[in-house]
Design a protein around this ligand. Structure first.
Ligand SMILES: [Zn+2]
Length: 93
C-alpha cells in the first residue's frame, strides 16, 4: 500500500501548492482592487472639496478655473472714494 500513500501525498502536495497559488493571486487581485477604490475615493473627496469652496460675495462655486477670476460682487466701493479694480472671489471660511 506504499504506492497509494505516495499518490495521496503527492496529490495533497499538489493541491496545497495550487491553493497557495490561488490564495496569492487572490490577495494580489484584492489589493489591486482596494488601491483602485482608494484612488476613486480620493478623487471623489477632492471633487467634493471643490464644490465646498463658495465665494462669500457672490456665492459662486470656486474651482481652479475661476478662483482667481474677477468677482462681480466683490467691488470694495464703500471703502473709499478712490476707484478700485474689481477684486477676486473670496473664499468663505
Ligand atoms: Zn465672487
Amino acid at each position: 500500500m506504499k504506492f497509494k500513500d505516495d499518490v495521496i501525498w503527492k496529490l495533497s502536495e499538489e493541491l496545497k501548492k495550487k491553493y497557495d497559488y490561488y490564495q496569492e493571486e487572490f490577495d494580489k487581485e484584492t489589493r489591486h482592487e482596494m488601491n483602485e477604490w482608494a484612488r476613486l475615493v480620493d478623487r471623489y473627496a477632492s471633487e467634493l472639496k471643490k464644490y465646498e469652496l463658495v465665494c462669500s460675495f457672490c456665492g459662486q462655486h470656486l474651482a481652479d478655473h475661476n478662483v482667481n477670476a474677477e468677482c462681480p460682487e466683490n467691488h470694495p466701493k464703500l471703502l473709499s472714494g478712490r476707484s478700485h479694480p474689481a477684486s477676486e472671489h473670496s473664499q468663505q471660511q
